[in-house]
Design a protein around this ligand. Structure first.
Ligand code: ATP
Length: 235
């Protein structure tokens, strides 16, 4: 279980988060939705130690991780797939996956997990020797998720996996996210502007607005909420 309590984050004089609290139970898919600039990415960056919080606490599996450095957070098996994917453009698909496994020592596990990633995303297998930068946005997103899985995470943070991707690939990627959650028992915190999709695959959601939680509830309830429909689901 991940628990965030009253988190405040600023970038210089800009207050990005003021008092965000949320919970992500083990094994669940929880989503953060909200407009541009609401603080969704900042929340993920704070969880992975990439920005320092001014106050508030982050607990994971009972331990406080609020002030840990990013590499210490990764070593607790929390992994962040950032917005924009950030694959190594000049490396091949295979080399990107190898980079994802750089902390793993068990070669047999790495081979097995690589096969699992290729089973999830057969397109990556087809393009194993292609430079990542020459692939489509959707394929790069698959690679970013695959690379994260090679780090053997227990808790996966996905920032806008649908951004700039063709609808057909978005559907495939979201189906795989559900599969990963079920098959690998991975807890997932999903940040999305595509609220419809995110609420369809999650069990619980938080709506962020200007750095605070405006609404929260079971995803089905949020989807049925007229305020959410009007503001985030296109009426
Ligand atoms: P988006 O979907 O557009 O990324 P978001 O909900 O993820 O939106 P954040 O990126 O977390 O929002 O931004 C929250 C606030 O913090 C915004 O007002 C943004 O302008 C500001 N902000 C984000 N990153 C920085 C930064 N590096 N320096 C200064 N301000 C920032």
């Amino acid at each position: 279980m991940l628990e965030v309590e009253n988190l405040h984050v600023s970038y210089g004089s800009i207050k990005a988060l003021h008092g965000v609290s949320l919970k992500v139970p083990q094994g669940s898919i929880v989503t953060l939705i909200g407009a541009n600039g609401a603080g969704k990415s900042t929340t993920l960056r704070a969880l992975s130690g990439l920005v320092k919080s001014n106050s508030g606490t982050i607990r994971y599996d009972g331990d406080e991780i609020t002030r840990l450095a990013p590499h210490k957070i990764v070593s607790r098996r929390l992994c962040h797939v950032p917005e924009g994917r950030m694959v190594f453009a000049n490396l091949t698909v295979h080399e990107n996956l190898v980079m994802g496994a750089y902390l793993q020592k068990d070669k047999a596990w790495i081979a097995k997990q690589t096969e699992y990633v290729f089973h999830l995303f057969p397109r990556l297998k087809e393009r194993e020797n292609q430079a990542a930068g020459t692939m489509s946005g959707g394929e790069q997103q698959m690679l970013a998720i695959g690379r994260a899985l090679l780090g053997n995470p227990k808790f996966l943070m996905l920032d806008e996996p649908s951004l700039g991707i063709a609808p057909l690939l978005v559907k495939a990627i979201f189906e795989r996210i559900v599969e990963i959650n079920k098959e690998q028992g991975l807890t997932i915190l999903l940040v999305e502007q595509n609220a419809n999709l995110a609420l369809d695959i999650s069990s619980y959601g938080y709506v962020l607005e200007t750095g605070s939680v405006l609404l929260e509830g079971p995803s089905a309830d949020l989807k049925a909420n007229p305020k959410v429909q009007e503001a985030y689901l296109g009426g």
